[in-house]
Ligand binder design. Structure first.
Ligand SMILES: NC(=O)c1ccc[n+]([C@@H]2O[C@H](COP(=O)([O-])OP(=O)(O)OC[C@H]3O[C@@H](n4cnc5c(N)ncnc54)[C@H](OP(=O)(O)O)[C@@H]3O)[C@@H](O)[C@H]2O)c1
Length: 237
């Protein structure tokens, strides 16, 4: 990381990938604002960490909370969008409400939050928007119709936004991990294999995000794809 101190808003900071990113940034001396639906999930206070409660499923709340964040933390100059969840199965197994909910949290909420924060970020000398996509943003796969759609949407959004922001100081990046060993799989019928090399670690994704944030403003890091070298999916009984 460059010696410049950044102030980074991290969604999904309470668990898995977002948590690893928040911890890594704090260790490096940066300020972190973490978003969670429940700030009690952050049990150990850190002087450079602040929590903001927000349920990303509640779209109308997003502009108001975003405005408050930029009032409370005018130094905010980067956002990492790591909140999201997985739901898999044949399309006919989804209720209409489940389709809407997955698209809302995994895609539409990211667009709302970006829309709300962008005008002030454009006034910075250097700002980053980093989205956590997925290998599901690159290729459709069985039982992933809605999840893949949400991540394809995020990828198209970030590509178009990168172009839109190219003449401003805002750099837009997407990180697409394969399976990462996190709580993401707790509610799913499958999980990555437990042996070394069968899943990424959340810290691997944090490494990629730190690499993006430390790059000079003259350099746009478009996308980083990461995969476990030996992808193994285990189905739970
Ligand atoms: N694990 C993988 O294999 C993998 C691979 C590729 C991409 N990804 C993507 O990486 C991101 C993070 O996944 P993870 O593996 O870190 O999962 P995780 O450990 O389950 O963490 C999910 C995070 O998302 C937040 N979140 C979920 N719903 C939310 C809502 N309605 N409002 C606000 N926050 C919400 C949770 O915060 P609270 O519960 O505290 O609100 C939590 O911090 C997701 O977008 C996922 O699609 C994961």
């Amino acid at each position: 990381m460059r010696p410049v101190k950044r102030t980074v808003l991290v969604t999904g900071a309470s668990s898995g990938i977002g948590r690893a990113i928040a911890r890594r940034l704090l260790i490096q001396g940066h300020g972190v604002i973490g978003i969670s639906r429940d700030c009690r999930r952050f049990s150990r206070p850190h002087p450079a960490f602040s929590c903001v409660e927000l349920d990303l499923a509640k779209l109308p709340d997003i502009p108001t909370v975003a405005k408050q964040i930029q009032q409370d933390f005018p130094e905010l100059d980067a956002v990492v969008f790591a909140a999201g969840y997985g739901q898999f199965g044949g399309l006919e197994q989804f209720s209409y409400q489940q389709i809407e909910a997955l698209m809302t949290v995994n895609f539409t909420a990211q667009a709302y939050l970006t829309r709300a924060l962008l005008p002030k970020l454009k006034q910075k000398s250097h700002a980053n928007l980093v989205y956590i996509g997925s290998e599901a943003a690159l290729k459709g796969s069985r039982n992933g119709s809605i999840y893949c759609a949400s991540k394809f949407a995020l990828r198209g959004f970030s590509q178009a936004l990168r172009d839109e922001c190219g003449k401003s100081p805002v750099r837009v990046s997407l990180v697409n991990p394969g399976m990462v060993d996190t709580a993401f799989f707790e509610t799913l019928a499958f999980a990555p294999g437990k042996q070394s090399g069968q899943a990424l670690l959340a810290g691997d994704v944090a490494d990629a995000v730190v690499y993006i944030l430390q790059a000079g403003n003259h350099c746009a890091i478009d996308e980083i794809n990461l995969s476990p070298p030996n992808k193994v999916i285990e189905f739970k009984k």
